[in-house]
Design a protein around this ligand. Structure first.
Ligand SMILES: Cc1cc2nc3c(=O)[nH]c(=O)nc-3n(C[C@H](O)[C@H](O)[C@H](O)COP(=O)(O)OP(=O)(O)OC[C@H]3O[C@@H](n4cnc5c(N)ncnc54)[C@H](O)[C@@H]3O)c2cc1C
Length: 322
């Protein structure tokens, strides 16, 4: 029987949606599912990991793993993999994981498929699909002669069903590995936003160059506050320095799949669409009726964002108060 180890990303023991997607996908495949959790609050994640499909949860409960360090994380993942001997290792394709798992693959001398959007597990055989050239074509990856098959899945690509609260898991604690580090994280400076990360958000209001300047985002934040949404952006405005890179949606930014994506003053370049076309409902607001974004939009509003957004904010305020 195949054994899948899922690397869990969490905040204070709360599992990220992307990790839940992977646990449930692995559980559906029928093999045994183990979860791997790092950090001083790792134990807080055990119940949730069990409810979503893990029958074993491996913990490395050490504060040295609270913040990401590539060398420390690589050493600890490799040590657990050598003990647990999974045939499949899954993680989300977060920016941390995309830095970490190529190191793990090299250290273990095994294959890795990164940034995948489809996953098929049948026994020990894994097939993963990844978009190439901004989604213009898709490559199917299989593994050959790889004792562990590592797949990094983009967030929001797999369905999430209800948790099964009757399920429990066996926990296994591992001794932390403390390799001689060549780099040391001295401080982690959190962004000012208290909002959900884009990859977790259910509603996103995103702005592009049509907002004219950094101040144009003020009205988007007001609309987002009313809707309980997270604010995203196109690369053009990130490159212009109007907002931080953490807000960028697209091929070289984040992949999102909210229930509602409102694109304001964004033309709809293929690289932007690559990151948001999985959204359930897309509303485009643009003053050019021929903007490519309208081809993807569920609803389109042709007009000036500076007139439309304040009106929408007022209307949502009124209707959401009732
Ligand atoms: C390798 C590579 C990777 C890339 N990765 C990404 C990525 O990850 N994410 C990304 O977004 N882009 C990415 N890009 C850039 C992408 O090609 C586009 O340049 C970018 O998405 C354009 O951003 P924009 O839509 O904000 O700006 P523009 O293309 O300039 O569009 C601005 C839009 O605003 C509209 N507008 C203007 N004034 C108003 C107004 N008053 N009211 C309403 N609408 C108005 C205009 O009609 C226009 O459609 C990448 C490019 C490359 C080459």
């Amino acid at each position: 029987m195949s054994k899948t180890l899922v690397y869990i990303e969490h905040t204070n023991g709360n599992l990220k949606r992307s990790s839940i997607e992977l646990l449930q996908a692995a559980a559906k495949s029928g093999g045994s599912v183990a979860a791997l959790v790092f950090g001083s609050q790792a134990a807080e994640a055990v119940t949730s990991a069990a409810h979503h499909g893990a029958s074993e949860v491996h913990l490395v409960k050490d504060a040295s793993l609270d913040s990401y360090n590539p060398e420390a994380f690589t050493a600890n993942i490799c040590a657990v993999v050598e003990k647990v001997q999974p045939s499949i290792l899954l993680s989300s394709a977060s920016s941390t994981a995309r830095d970490l798992f190529p190191r793990v693959a090299a250290r273990l001398n095994v294959g890795i498929a990164s940034d995948c959007t489809e996953l098929n597990i049948s026994g020990d055989t894994v097939t993963a699909v990844k978009p190439m050239y901004s989604g213009k074509c898709f490559a199917t990856a299989n593994f050959q002669n790889s004792s562990v098959k590592i797949v990094l899945m983009r967030a929001n690509q797999l369905p999430v069903g209800a948790a099964d609260t009757s399920k429990t898991a066996q926990t296994v604690e591992h001794t932390v590995q403390k390799p001689d580090l060549k780099t040391l994280i001295k401080e982690v400076v959190k962004g000012a936003s208290e909002k959900l990360d884009l990859t977790e958000a259910n509603v996103i209001v995103s702005g592009g160059r049509g907002l004219k300047e950094a101040n144009g985002f003020t009205m988007l934040h007001e609309l987002a506050d009313v809707l309980g949404a997270t604010v995203g952006a196109s690369r053009a405005v990130v490159d212009a320095g109007w907002v931080g890179h953490g807000m960028q949606v697209g091929q070289t930014g984040k992949t999102v799949a909210p229930s509602l994506y409102i694109a304001v003053g964004i033309s709809g370049a293929i690289q932007h669409l690559a990151g948001m076309s999985g959204s359930k409902v897309i509303v485009a607001i643009n003053n050019d009726p021929n903007a490519p974004i309208f081809q993807k939009a569920t609803y389109g509003i042709v007009g000036d964002a500076f007139e439309i957004i304040p009106k929408l904010t007022e209307e949502f305020k009124k209707s959401l108060q009732h």
